[in-house]
Design a protein around this ligand. Structure first.
Ligand code: VG1
Ligand code: CO
Length: 556
């Protein structure tokens, strides 16, 4: 057992979802150790000998090294038991499942989610608390504070663990137990409690209803093969890129129209009824219908909300409430209003849903960034979303496109788009945000003003603007500066924020949401329908002037 002297590294500040940096940065001597010790220090001096910690990740480059360090440091910090997925593999929702099932102290997730991996790619470490969810801001702030003054870390190099055989290994005369578990079993068991697997097996077996699931060489391959093929009888070729690779095959494991373009192209051939993709750590999902019909994540959430009673779990537990992150479109708001459910609006990041779920006020929630989930765990859950969709398709006997179209007919349609400007110079991005903040700080100067796009005669009158501030309804904590909003009199919204998950420069996200009740306009292309608002957004922000960018990197 050793106590090693160390000095702080700058910038170990957790962002939207844990600490994310270049893998190279994490490999610097002491870098990972400092952050992990800061987690233990922030947890406090409590006796951990009776505690369990769950550790796992998406299999990306450097994960095995980080895993070894964490296990040795957990032993040195007197944690009684560490539970790890075989070979370290655990999807983010599977970690959440295990933390809850084992009544753990918490867990550490090794992933940078949808960011590229490999020696030149990204790595990340995230701490989740005993409820299974990402640590709330009070804790991430405490961890950051510890990183700034750290002087030593504790490590037990005598603990030489094996990660490839299921079972228990005992160290330090029985004081420390390492337990290797099958990565999928507990998660699959939970899915069986939530959904009707008999119904889904009848629906999928023998390839009657043809699905194509792209695991993007992230962590989800083994989960998808086990559940869709082995359990539900879909043919083996239904899951592609199902081997987790350290560098995800060189791609971005990000399920969107840009980075999962190959899947969209295959779906366009019209041979499949349903397509889905997951991100590196398995918490995101993209849903496609026949012919590559794209389901916008905000619509996906609203559709699941409207059909919640076809999912056995919601039938049993009741629909306690719904929520979305602030930039997510208001599509789910229409369902909540029409069907009389309470609706919460929280800042971006899954950590903000946790308190509401723990308080029994929230069953279903999502984000526009391809995240959907429920209170069965405290992370968003990609495979859960796919099973929810398959359940809706199996019970409604409609195609994906029909389900979405009938949803719009009943509730109206929210057009939504997100523009991402990735890898922008931080100086320009910050300048732009500061200018926007100055505008919304003096709302009286702009409210009531009329705006129009370049070639459009539609007029939008500004009715409110602010920098989103959230007070948690449960613990009353305040989170500020969560996105600059411009809200127009017809309910349309323009939102700007900077990403908190990137590792190089800044990423600007521009979100646009507009409600269309006129059925004759609901089938329009979102990019066409939203063109005037996009023009207005670019004009208000002077984005091109500040960043030199004329086009976004990704459009959703
Ligand atoms: C992004 C998304 C956000 C999501 C977060 C973590 O954050 O916008 O909705 O919760 O990623 O998802 P940001 O700060 O870059 O906008 V994951 O799958 O990367 O853990
Ligand atoms: Co993710």
């Amino acid at each position: 057992m050793a106590t090693v002297a160390t000095e702080p590294f700058e910038g170990q500040k957790p962002g939207t979802s844990g600490l994310r940096k270049k893998a190279k940065e994490f490999r610097r001597p002491g870098y990972t150790e400092n952050f992990v010790q800061s987690i233990f220090d922030a947890i406090g001096t409590a006796d951990l000998t009776q505690s369990t910690l769950v550790v796992g990740g998406d299999g990306r480059y450097y994960m095995r090294d980080a895993l070894r360090i964490i296990v040795q440091m957990a032993a040195a910090n007197k944690v009684g038991r560490v539970v790890v997925g075989k070979n370290g593999i655990l999807s983010t929702p599977a970690v959440s499942t295990l933390i809850r099932k084992r009544k753990s102290l918490g867990g550490i997730i090794l992933t940078a989610s949808h960011n590229p991996g490999g020696p030149d790619g990204d790595f990340g470490i995230k701490y989740n608390t005993g409820n299974g969810g990402p640590a709330p801001e009070g804790i991430t702030k405490a961890i950051f504070e510890k990183t700034k003054s750290i002087k030593e870390y504790r490590i037990c190099k005598e603990v030489q663990a094996e990660f490839d055989c299921i079972g228990e290994q005992t160290f330090l005369g029985g004081q420390f137990v390492l337990e290797i578990v099958d990565s999928i079993t507990d998660y699959a068991a939970l899915m069986k409690e939530i959904f009707d697997f008999d119904l889904l097996r009848t629906f999928l077996s023998g390839g009657k209803f043809r699905i194509l699931v792209d695991a993007m060489n992230g962590v989800m391959g083994p989960y998808a093969s086990r559940i869709f093929c082995e359990e539900l009888g879909a043919p083996a070729e239904s899951v592609i890129r199902n081997v987790p690779l350290e560098d995800f095959g060189g791609g971005h494991p990000d399920p969107n129209l840009t980075y999962a373009a190959d899947l969209v192209a295959v779906l366009k051939k019209g041979e499949h009824d349903f397509g889905a993709a997951f991100d590196g750590d398995g918490d995101r999902n993209m849903i496609l219908g026949r012919g590559g019909f794209f389901v916008n994540p905000s619509d996906s959430l609203a559709v699941i909300a409207a059909h919640n009673q076809s999912i056995p779990y919601f039938k049993q537990t009741g629909m306690k409430g719904m929520a979305r992150s602030m930039p997510t479109s208001g599509a789910i708001d229409r369902v909540a209003k029409e069907d009389h459910f309470s609706l919460y609006e929280v800042p971006t990041g899954w950590k903000f849903f946790g308190n509401l779920m723990d308080a029994g006020k929230l069953s279903l929630c999502g984000e526009e960034s391809f995240g959907t989930g429920s209170d069965h765990v405290r992370e968003k859950d990609g495979l859960w979303a796919v099973l929810a969709w398959l359940t809706i398709l199996a019970t409604s006997k409609q195609s994906v496109e029909q389900v979405v179209n009938s949803h719009w007919t009943k509730y109206g349609r929210n057009f939504f788009t997100r523009y991402d400007y990735e890898g922008v110079e931080s100086v320009g991005a910050n300048e732009m945000m500061e200018k926007l903040r100055t505008i919304v700080a003096n709302p009286a100067d702009v409210i009531g003003k009329e705006f129009a796009g370049k070639d459009d005669n539609r007029r939008y009158t500004l009715s409110a603007c602010d920098d989103f501030r959230y007070e948690d309804p449960i613990d009353k904590s305040i989170t500020e500066k969560q996105g600059v909003r411009f809200i127009f009199s017809d309910g349309s919204r323009i939102v700007f924020r900077l990403s908190g998950t990137g590792t190089g420069g800044a990423t600007i996200r521009l979100y646009i949401d507009s409600f269309e009740s006129d059925p004759t306009r609901q089938m329009e292309d979102a990019q066409v329908a939203l063109r005037p608002l996009i023009d207005i957004a670019l004009e208000i922000s002077q984005l091109q002037k500040h960043t030199g960018r004329t086009e976004p990197t990704v459009i959703t």
